[in-house]
Design a binder for this molecule. Structure first.
Ligand SMILES: Cc1cc2nc3c(=O)[nH]c(=O)nc-3n(C[C@H](O)[C@H](O)[C@H](O)COP(=O)(O)OP(=O)(O)OC[C@H]3O[C@@H](n4cnc5c(N)ncnc54)[C@H](O)[C@@H]3O)c2cc1C
Length: 411
């Protein structure tokens, strides 16, 4: 990125994020209950100017680097993690795309984002999520370009987006997928196109089916997207998907880490607010006393200290990882380990946030379990952190495989 965001510019963007975060906090509970993406937030998001946050300045954006973007996402997530997770897909795709687009595509698509357009990225399919090679097909057209056929079952932010980025496997003229695994990898491609649907989610060759029904993260509106002959012109081809995307996936894993860091801030804030005030009156149990103030109970003091330590450690891990990327330190890692090593920040934050939401409920007590309590929602929402790529199991497998490979051992 040539022209960086200055400290003053960052402070102004952060102040806009704080304001937006407060708004997300206000509307979040209703979105959770009604299981819907808050369409009324789109205008506020655009007005905040943050839509252009990580678009480089040369294309009209604010020019935030990955650390500045991370801090702003955590600030938004502190208000409401589910709404922020929706808009996070926009920041992820802008970050990934600017490293993959041609110069002409940067000018066209990032320029449009700088003017207020929103991007989403449905990639995961039903058979196998993010790591499954695309069953969605891109059938070459006689007039040039492709028509896409298939469905993506994780379409976060579709209800706000004007631009779609997705992956599909290029077929022969009759729509047949390549025969061999190697050819499928080679033909799996990354596309960008205009995304236009009506109020019912119907577009030309594309439609949103409102299927989102999950344990948590209700406000993300992660629906199913059907591609039914959706036309992508020739200049909508970006690059080979696996070869390209895996070099820029830090924008995915570190932005997810930032979401769960923001959620950790919130868990600590809410737990402190309750536990610093709560009084049990006369108790008979571990403590038998005429008056028990929970802020004086040993395991509660330790619990808050433990949670605060985890927040601080997660903050250091996420910010330090972002800073190392900004400084180019990742060049020191074997190329095969770059992505899983960067991803450790996400898996670490995910483990911490899930631990903290459970611990907070246990410390606050049974009232936290009632529907509508902030703690039960944070508990449900934090479970989503297990799934976004790479998950903890796959990261360990990936790292272990590389370290046990004969060529690594002889190195
Ligand atoms: C709230 C939310 C919003 C989301 N939004 C989006 C979105 O906007 N766009 C999008 O594309 N996706 C999105 N996702 C999808 C998500 O990122 C995953 O792709 C999805 O959860 C499915 O992938 P999976 O690996 O969890 O499951 P599966 O692929 O079904 O995996 C099943 C099991 O196999 C393991 N596994 C999978 N692949 C491999 C492999 N190659 N090697 C070894 N083990 C493997 C997994 O670890 C898991 O244990 C979202 C998820 C959530 C929770």
């Amino acid at each position: 990125m040539s022209d960086k965001m200055t400290e003053d510019e960052f402070e102004a963007a952060f102040a806009a994020a704080t304001e937006l975060s407060e708004y997300f906090r206000e509307i979040g509970p209703d979105c959770d209950v009604k299981n819907k993406f808050p369409k009324q937030s789109i205008a506020k998001f655009k007005k905040s100017g943050l839509v252009a946050l990580n678009v480089p300045k040369e294309y009209g954006g604010l020019g935030a680097d990955i650390l500045q973007t991370s801090k702003i996402i955590s600030e938004l997530s502190r208000g409401d993690s589910a709404i922020t997770l929706a808009y996070n897909m926009h920041f992820i795709m802008v970050g990934m795309c600017m490293g993959l687009f041609s110069e002409a595509q940067n000018k066209e698509w990032l320029g449009r984002v700088a003017d207020g357009d929103i991007v989403f990225g449905p990639f995961s399919e039903q058979r196998a999520g993010f790591s499954g090679l695309a069953d969605m097909t891109a059938v070459p057209q006689p007039e040039g370009g492709w028509r896409l056929y298939g469905k993506k079952v994780w379409g976060t932010l579709s209800e706000a987006a004007n631009i779609v980025t997705t992956n599909a496997t290029i077929t022969d003229a009759d729509g047949n997928l390549p025969d061999t695994f190697e050819e499928r990898v080679e033909q799996e491609s990354f596309f960008v196109a205009e995304f236009k649907v009506d109020a019912k989610g119907q577009g030309d060759g594309v439609r949103i089916e409102r299927t989102w029904d999950a344990l948590g993260m209700h406000a993300t509106g992660t629906h199913t997207i059907h591609f039914e002959g959706f036309y992508v012109p020739e200049d909508g081809f970006v690059c080979s998907w696996r070869g390209g995307a895996f070099g820029v996936l830090e924008w995915a894993s570190l932005m997810f880490a930032s979401i769960y860091l923001g959620m950790q801030y919130r868990v600590l804030e809410e737990a402190r607010a309750v536990l610093s005030k709560k009084t049990l009156g006369a108790t008979f149990g571990a403590i038998a006393a005429a008056e028990t103030k929970v802020a004086n109970v040993g395991h509660i003091i330790d619990g808050i200290g433990d949670m605060a330590s985890r927040v601080e450690l997660s903050r250091r891990v996420v910010h330090r990882t972002c800073q190392e990327l900004v400084d180019g330190y990742d060049d020191n890692w074997p190329v095969e380990l770059r992505f899983p090593y960067i991803g450790l920040a996400k898996t670490f934050t995910a483990e911490n946030v899930m631990y903290m939401t459970k611990r907070a409920m246990s410390l606050v007590g049974g009232s936290s379990f009632r529907r509508g309590a902030i703690f039960e929602r944070l508990y449900r929402d934090s479970a989503a952190s297990m799934f976004q790529p790479l998950n903890a199991d796959q990261s360990c497998t990936y790292i272990g495989e590389q370290l046990l490979a004969p060529e690594e051992l002889s190195d």
